[in-house]
Ligand binder design. Structure first.
Ligand code: TRP
Length: 359
């Protein structure tokens, strides 16, 4: 190979309901990418057991639901590979190898682990700690070059690059000798001339696509928030969406006419951001239209827009989840196509490492 094949990889965990934050911050942004380069979208079920095993039937359902959400949002299984992680064993195999590449010190710095483990670090699963290595394996099993994620995943992508760099370095001579390296597209003194793994390009959603809780503009919209009013679930019907927007926390002032005026007003900023993202426009454009207006006028407009944009998707999700056999068939084909890419990569990796191949 003379260059890395451009390839997109991303994933969402099948835990609980998908909400507006997952949609605007992740899945909706993937849709145009599938027309630009080969793309793989994974339902990362093996990540979903790191914080405790969910109820088995809920995990199964959530896996189908996330698949349905991908498709309802516009990911086309004819263009992109859609599959669930646990079906492609190469992820697990490469993750083990990366457990031996990544350093304890690197993982000790991961803020998501610190947040999720909280005070009870001793009782967190080893899987939760090693989770970023599995994420690196997800990406690098396909030698993916582009990974669109929310800004909360930035540190994990940096780790993925560190793992790729260390592997490329540690095995540089061997990779060259086997003749399976790719010229480093951005030569640097820190890396050999030929690489096996690309240094993946993060495509980070800016803070503009960070959707916050409807009850507290300083907290991320989250499926684990005890208040269902804090989020818009992709499965919410029109009435539920309207009710949640109506009850969304605001402040007493009118909307400003420029984005500067949103500073220090997290709830106003969030609602304007949601409007902008749903309508594919900038916050400035929203404020040009609604600046000076009260929330009593803006909220109904936002609610109409959200219903108009989300209802067709919700309907499609419902239709798709009504036919689990069809979803499973798509995941099966996706897993086969994904394996066809990952298997030769792992074959190379085993060879690079020196695992004796007797089969
Ligand atoms: N860790 C990601 C999240 O929680 C999900 C994920 C797992 C992922 N593997 C990935 C995202 C690989 C991008 C690429 O959001």
């Amino acid at each position: 190979m003379t260059a890395f094949q451009p390839r997109v990889f991303s994933g969402v965990q099948p835990t609980g309901n998908l909400h507006l934050g997952n949609y605007l911050g992740a899945v909706s942004r993937w849709v145009p990418l599938q027309n630009q380069m080969p793309a793989i979208f994974c339902v990362v079920d093996s990540h979903a057991i790191t914080a405790g095993f969910p109820d088995p039937s809920e995990l199964t359902n959530a896996t189908r639901e996330v698949t349905a959400a991908y498709m309802a949002a516009g990911i086309d299984p004819k263009k992109s590979i859609i599959f669930n992680q646990s079906q492609v064993r190469e992820h697990m195999e490469l993750a083990w190898i990366f457990n031996c590449v990544a350093r304890m010190g690197w993982l000790n710095r991961m803020t998501q682990f610190k947040e999720k483990a909280g005070k009870n670090k001793e009782n967190a699963s080893v899987g939760l700690f090693a989770y970023p290595n599995l994420m690196a394996a997800d990406i690098l099993a396909y030698r993916a070059t582009h990974v669109p994620v929310g800004d909360d995943q930035k540190q994990h992508l940096e780790l993925t690059r560190d793992i790729a760099a260390k592997f490329n370095n540690d095995f540089g001579a061997r990779i060259k000798e086997l003749g399976i390296g790719v010229p480093n597209p951005t030569p640097s003194p820190e890396l050999p001339e030929e690489l096996y793994f690309p240094l993946t390009e993060p495509m980070i959603a800016g803070p503009a696509t960070r959707i916050m809780s409807l009850r507290d503009g300083t907290k991320k919209m989250s499926k684990s928030d005890p208040s269902d009013l804090s989020r818009i679930n992709l499965k919410d019907d029109a009435d539920a969406i309207a009710k949640k927007i109506k009850k969304a926390k605001t402040d007493p002032d009118a909307l400003p006419s420029e984005t500067d005026g949103l500073e220090g007003r997290p709830e106003a900023d969030n609602l304007v951001g949601i409007f902008a993202a749903l309508n594919g426009m900038s916050k400035d454009d929203v404020l040009k239209e609604y600046g000076g207006q009260q929330f009593s006028a803006f909220k109904p407009a936002l609610s109409d827009l959200a219903v108009a944009k989300l209802a067709p998707m919700t309907d499609e999700m419902r239709r798709l989840t009504g036919d689990p056999a069809q979803i499973d068939a798509i995941l099966k084909e996706g897993a086969e196509n994904a394996s066809a890419i990952a298997e030769p990569v792992l074959k190379d990796v085993r060879k690079i490492i020196g695992f004796l191949d007797v089969r």
